[in-house]
Design a binder for this molecule. Structure first.
Ligand code: NOJ
Ligand code: CA
Length: 526
């Protein structure tokens, strides 16, 4: 398998288009807004962007309910605007990946409207329907009573997101409505998705982040089916678009990469390590189901990071040379990493995130430490995710420079905090989180040992409240990253030689004895 060269030092920036930058004063971010801010994104040192869904949609799940996969939603602009993003990004040495909502459509999608008809037609089996309205299957979610067609349809997420039919592996003979993945109708769905990918890749997209990548095929051997499906797409992509990539929403890199993805996230579901590191207890969005103990990156010193460190080492071993793990700052589905943390605490945390192997992803606004906004009504199916989706805070002008619309017109309100961080302020402050983020990304891009392919070894796994120390290397070039997020001093003796201080804040090393002040961090050449 081929790994595109550009991935080896890639750093991604995730843009939620509705709240990034509004150029026409309607209160909603748009694609021309992304174009206007490309230089800013480039200035972070980022070389790739993941754009959340920007396609025609009734927006019952913020665009993860697509009504036309081939058309940009008018509120964001036109297909030509998207093409222009590809061109302008390329001029700046950046790639753009789109969000491929492969598992379902909106109930407004013409395929689904046809599928709802009692008369058999081309789209009858594009979705998963039981044969009669009395049937179901406790393993899956069905909606009944929606259509004149007899039967209930399966959904993936909300009621308005009917699951596309990629088949069951194996189909249960007792349930004749379950079709095998190689059934011509399931293959037709597979080809539809390939055509969609082809359309955007031909226009200049560099690949896709695939929504719910692990759940397209169902049944007792769902995983076997999924591996076959994605390996088929990957083989096709390698032939036709060798520079393009697939990023999974799977949260099990060993499985996703084996199935043909180039990158998968270690995030809040499936693997508990991510949650334990950054996102447990007070760092979760309210009512989040992803419970955990206290985060390791917390000044209480109550958390430990062995779980994460072990999980990371395991995932790296299983994917080495084949694809990349990503430990992102966050995304549009979880709380902001800033929640409950000071800028200094974030600096310690980012020293970790930007020196881990694999491919970093920055959720828009995390580079300035935007906070989760509490107390908002749900917007477009956001529920408790809504507070992580508020407008980007550009400057001190009205609406934080996001939009010229009236404040009530905005897609979501601006963070009302008088201390809300702003790009404009942080630009001029050498010590700001923004400039620290830039510094870390620059270091990573100039130092192959710290980039995607450098090896990783845990030196001190940070049992409850202890420092987390690890080593990154390529050949003879080695670096030691030493972190003490706890609000207390610490000492760790290691058999390690330090040859150069790269970034040091509150850590001292003498004869292998690392002495840490509370909330300290350092990167050394070893
Ligand atoms: C995952 C997406 O990230 C999330 O925002 C969406 O609601 C679900 N998949 C359903 O598409
Ligand atoms: Ca707009």
């Amino acid at each position: 398998m081929h790994t595109p060269e550009w991935l080896k030092d890639a750093v991604f920036y995730e843009i939620y288009p509705q709240t990034f930058y509004d150029t026409n004063g309607d209160g909603i971010g748009d694609l021309p807004g992304v174009i206007e801010k490309l230089d800013y994104i480039k200035s972070l040192g980022v070389n790739a962007i993941w754009l959340n869904p920007c396609f025609e949609s009734p927006f019952q799940d913020a665009g993860y309910d697509v009504a036309d996969f081939y058309k940009v939603a008018p509120r964001y602009g036109t297909n030509d605007d998207l093409k222009k993003i590809f061109i302008e990004a390329e001029k700046r040495g950046m790639k753009i990946i789109l969000d491929l909502v492969a598992g379902h459509t909106s109930i407004e999608h013409p395929w689904f409207k046809e599928s709802c008809k009692p008369q058999k037609n081309k789209y009858t089996n594009y979705y998963i329907w039981t044969n009669t309205w009395g049937e179901g299957d406790p393993n899956y979610k069905f909606i009944n009573g929606y259509a004149t067609r007899e039967g209930n349809f399966m959904i993936n997420f909300f009621y308005c997101q009917p699951a596309l039919n990629y088949g069951f592996s194996p189909a249960d003979p007792e349930k004749p409505w379950q079709l095998p993945p190689d059934h011509p109708d399931c293959m037709a769905v597979r080809e539809e998705m390939r055509n969609i990918m082809k359309y955007w890749l031909d226009m200049g997209a560099a690949g896709f982040r695939v929504d719910m990548a692990s759940s397209l095929i169902r049944g007792e051997d769902a995983e076997g089916g999924i591996v076959e499906l994605w390996q088929d797409y990957r083989a096709w992509m390698e032939q036709e678009y060798p520079e393009a990539i697939l990023v999974a929403e799977w949260s099990h890199p060993d499985k996703a990469i084996n199935a043909g993805f180039h990158i998968d996230f270690m995030v809040h579901f499936n693997l508990p390590g991510y949650t334990s590191l950054f996102r447990s207890e007070k760092y979760r969005v309210p009512n989040s189901p992803f419970a955990g103990e206290t985060s390791y990156f917390d000044k209480s010193g109550e958390g430990g990071c062995r779980l994460f460190a072990d999980e990371l080492a395991e995932q790296l071993e299983a994917t080495s040379g084949k694809g990349y793990v990503s430990v992102p700052t966050g995304n549009h589905d979880i709380g902001r990493i800033r929640q409950g943390r000071s800028m200094d605490e974030l600096k310690c945390l980012y020293t970790c995130l930007f020196t881990l192997p694999g491919v970093p992803f920055i959720y828009y606004g995390d580079e300035i430490g935007m906070d989760y906004v509490t107390g908002l009504d749900s917007k477009e199916g956001g529920y408790n995710r809504t507070g992580s989706r508020t407008p980007m805070q550009w400057d001190a002008s009205a609406n934080a420079g996001f939009s010229s619309a009236d404040a009530e017109q905005l897609y979501l309100p601006i963070d009302p905090s008088p201390e809300r961080p702003l790009v404009s302020e942080q630009e001029n402050d050498a010590d700001s989180l923004l400039n620290y983020t830039r510094k870390l990304i620059k270091l990573r891009r100039e130092t192959p040992a710290l980039a995607s392919d450098g090896t990783y070894a845990t030196l001190n796994s940070g049992e409850k409240g202890e420092p987390y120390i690890y080593k990154r290397s390529i050949g003879d070039d080695s670096y030691i990253i030493a972190l003490n997020p706890a609000g207390k001093s610490a000492e760790v003796k290691l058999d390690a030689v330090i040859s150069e201080e790269i970034i040091v804040s509150g850590v001292n090393v003498k004869d292998g004895m690392f002495t840490f002040e509370p909330g300290s961090y350092a990167i050394y050449r070893s």
